[in-house]
Design a protein around this ligand. Structure first.
Ligand code: DHB
Length: 513
């Protein structure tokens, strides 16, 4: 299904019953349901009236007032005691998409058209009857007037937690139920979405939330949608080289349905589109140097690749009761599991009418599709040189994420720190382990100190090489192994991106218990 949209602004201020002013010190954070402005959008020919509340500060002491703000969008039906989609005011879930790319700062957004000129996730969510919250968040490049950095880790996740607390604090004042918050994000935003879901109520964030004057209460959420999460950063270099160590040249980012997948199919979702017309990289996604790797980088690649099996085995993951392991050479049941996921992806694509016959890494056996791992790696190629994340010269976005108030970039792995190369001198210290840990959802799954979300939807396209496919797979498996409900899939031919399957996303949301 393709959604279509039109938005008009009626400029009408809604006058509904005001909630009595909250007497607590946090009353400056009280949501005012009378302050909405009526707007209309049309999705798939159906008009949706909604109320917009924009630029609401979600902490008492914002450090970056322009960013620590959120927009609220509420189907107007809920101010009139009517239903929208399958929900009413007290049952509507709250959709919380973050807009983070590249771990950069993000401003709140309004519903509108997405990159492909189709209604974006916020518009579709409203039409489906969800309350929509669009948060701004601090990011790694923000500086105050004195030049102090204000958005280094863990700023963005602390901001998202403050937003969740704001929603819970205002649950009685605002339509929608804060018991049903569903977060969404892509790439760095997908990582933050997963982190928000995994780390609910974890105590290590409390001092940060208190300092900002976040509303009191819980920051646990109900469900997570995460597209191509750039996550588990401490181990992402190992995983990347485990997959791509045989490739010694970094190539341009792929677009969905790109050359690695043979000629664009004549029909289906990516049918007959030229390279130019295919979806571009998400906003904020960094670009990388292409070209051959140096002999030194090739050595680094082999060393990192050799470190991955020990990490993977330490997780003791299982799938359908079978242990997932890797031998010292990097083969084993974990790799077989990934191959099976690739085969499932092709099967689904075929059922959806995509032409999968010209894909180099697929063959048809008696049991259905067979994926050839080495050919898959060759077809996918590497986007980043080794190390992909903790750059030895401190040049990556992730190095910049892990700076602090006065330091722009730092290493965040012992390995990267130990192997530091110029141009700058080796810094004395790497990022503190507790800060690095606060950015990794893996540390909170199955951890009794965290209230992790129960429902998860994780997507990583088969053509995505911004991070190793192993990274989201490990996340999904760890969640599943700790009893969470996980819908994990690899959209076929999909490169780095998100929100490309909104009908399926909202169908998943509609079916949540
Ligand atoms: C994103 C992409 C990357 O390759 C990365 O290292 C960090 C973030 C992104 O698209 O957000």
């Amino acid at each position: 299904m393709i959604y279509q949209i039109a938005i008009t602004i009626a400029g009408l201020t809604m006058a509904t019953a005001a909630t009595a002013a909250d007497s607590s010190a946090a009353s400056v954070l009280s949501f005012d349901m009378t302050a909405g402005v009526e707007r209309t959008l049309t999705v798939s020919g159906v008009e949706v009236k909604y109320l917009a509340f924009e630029g609401l500060t979600y902490v008492k002491n914002p450090l970056e007032p322009k960013y620590q703000q959120l927009n609220v969008y509420i189907p107007k039906a809920y101010a009139e005691n009517k239903t929208q989609g399958r929900y009413k005011a007290d049952t509507a879930p709250i959709f919380l998409p973050n807009h983070v790319g590249g771990y950069m700062p993000a401003l709140p957004k309004a519903p509108g058209l997405g990159r492909d000129q189709q209604p974006d996730a916020m518009s579709v969510a409203l039409s489906e009857g969800l309350v929509v919250i669009s948060p701004g968040t601090r990011g790694r490049t923000l500086q105050d007037q004195s030049g102090k950095f204000t958005g280094k880790a863990p700023a963005a996740i602390v901001d998202l937690k403050a937003v969740v607390r704001y929603l819970k604090f205002n649950d009685q004042r605002m339509p929608g139920t804060a018991e049903r918050i569903i977060s969404n994000g892509t790439s760095a935003g997908g990582a933050l979405s997963a982190l928000l879901g995994a780390s609910g109520d974890a105590p290590e964030y409390l001092p940060y939330l208190e300092k900002l004057g976040a509303a009191p209460g819980s920051d646990a959420i109900y469900a997570v949608s995460s597209y191509c999460p750039i996550t588990n950063l401490e181990h992402a270099d190992l995983a990347y080289e485990w997959m791509f160590h045989s490739i010694h040249e970094a190539t341009r980012p792929k677009r969905s349905g790109g050359p690695a997948f043979g000629p664009a199919p004549a029909n289906g979702p990516m049918g007959a589109k030229s390279e130019q017309d295919r979806p571009r990289r998400p906003a904020g996604a960094p670009m990388f140097n292409t070209g051959p790797m140096s002999p030194e980088q090739i050595k680094v690649s082999a060393l990192l690749a050799a470190g991955f099996p020990a990490y993977l085995n330490s997780l003791q993951l299982t799938w359908q009761g079978q242990p997932l392991q890797l031998d010292a050479k990097g083969s084993g049941t974990f790799r077989n599991y990934l191959q099976q996921q690739l085969e499932k992806s092709a099967e689904r694509a075929k059922q959806d009418g995509q032409n999968v016959s010209s894909v180099s890494w697929l063959s048809v056996g008696s049991q259905g599709f067979k994926a050839d791992w080495d050919r898959y790696i060759a077809a996918t190629g590497r986007l980043k040189k080794a190390p992909a994340f903790d750059s030895l010269d401190l040049s990556s976005g992730e190095n910049s994420l892990f700076g602090d108030n006065s330091t722009d970039t730092r290493h965040f792995t012992e390995w990267g720190h130990a192997h530091h190369t110029g141009p700058a001198e080796k810094p004395e210290k790497l990022a503190p382990a507790n800060v690095v840990s606060m950015m990794n959802p893996m540390n909170f799954i199955g951890n009794p100190k965290a209230n992790s979300a129960v429902h998860w939807r994780i997507r990583h396209g088969t053509a995505d090489n911004d991070t190793a496919l192993a990274v989201p797979a490990i996340l999904a498996l760890k969640l599943e192994n700790s009893g969470k409900q996980v819908d994990f899939a690899l959209p076929f031919g999909q490169a780095h991106g998100g929100d490309y399957d909104l009908p399926e996303l909202f169908d998943w949301i509609a079916k949540l218990p």
